[in-house]
Design a protein around this ligand. Structure first.
Ligand code: ADP
Length: 267
């Protein structure tokens, strides 16, 4: 159906399962009146379970706002966000906090591990915060899967940046979240560590059935995804399946030139 394709769905027939995450006409503006900024202007999309999506766009195109709205960290001004088919847009703050802890995983550019906790305690933290049983066996298994089986009792400060991000991935996966949101996860890493981290996210999708949504400005990072969504000026501006670094870079160059032209015309 043309209508569904226009929404840039990654949803295929998966036995009637709802998408992992769905946005319906999501708009977000900041401020009011003449100075209002339209950060998102009606975004429609559905991302299938077990998919790996990269989100790209020029600076100011709305990537952070998209991530925050999709992950229940911010509320759209209008439109709906559905997680596993359940509309979360009208959840209370309290309910959203619980939902984020139990059903969503986060990976940040700056790792955000707690320095006073051991690696194992950091991995278990989401379960602790969600009031769930802390599954030490599972945490150790995840640490082994990210290549750090011997590091459980170390502190984050004793690890390299790449190792800290691998711990953060184990932490993001501990609750078996419906979606993992990664915000520039390789932005602070050297090339080799970045490759390892991207390989782990890829593996989480391929072998653990995780769903990953990753904001990045790096075409090489984006090429690890199944699918790249491009944002420009708060709206979806295209997508690319089975991306390779060169075609992603070309699309980004075109969008950045267009955005610069737009800003120049507005000035
Ligand atoms: P990106 O992550 O692609 O750089 P953002 O989502 O951060 O884009 O921003 C999109 C637009 O919304 C930009 O014009 C930005 O200046 C504006 N914006 C973002 N956050 C705020 C805020 N808290 N208050 C006002 N404007 C904001």
């Amino acid at each position: 159906m043309a209508g569904r394709r226009d929404r840039m769905d990654t949803e295929r027939d998966r036995g009637g399962q709802p998408p992992a995450i769905e946005l319906r006409a999501v708009a977000r503006s900041y401020g009011r009146g003449a100075t209002a900024v339209q950060a998102l202007r009606g975004v429609d999309l559905a991302l299938a379970r077990g998919s790996f999506t990269a989100v790209m766009g020029p600076s100011g195109s709305g990537k952070s706002t998209f991530l925050q709205c999709a992950a229940g960290l911010d509320r759209p001004s209008s439109g709906q966000v559905l997680l596993g088919g359940e509309e979360i847009t009208r959840f209370s703050e309290d309910r959203l906090t619980k939902l984020r802890r139990a059903r969503i995983g986060f990976v940040f550019q700056s790792f955000n591990l707690l320095p006073s906790l051991t690696v194992l305690q950091n991995v278990l933290l989401p379960q602790r915060l969600a009031g769930e049983r802390q599954d030490v066996r599972r945490a150790r298994q995840l640490l082994a899967e990210v290549g750090l089986p011997e590091h459980a009792s170390r502190r984050p400060g004793q690890l390299s940046g790449g190792q800290q991000q691998r711990v953060a991935i184990a932490r993001a996966l501990i609750t078996g979240p419906e979606v993992v949101f990664a915000d520039e996860p390789t932005g602070a890493l050297d090339t080799r560590s970045a490759q390892e981290v991207l390989g782990l996210l890829r593996r989480a999708v391929d072998t653990m059935g995780a769903t990953v949504v990753m904001v990045t400005h790096d075409p090489v990072a984006a090429s690890h995804a199944d699918h790249v969504l491009f944002l420009a000026d708060g709206a979806l501006a295209g997508s690319l399946w089975r991306p390779d670094p060169r075609s992603v870079a070309e699309r980004m160059a075109a969008l950045t030139t267009a955005a610069a032209g737009f800003a120049g015309a507005a000035a």
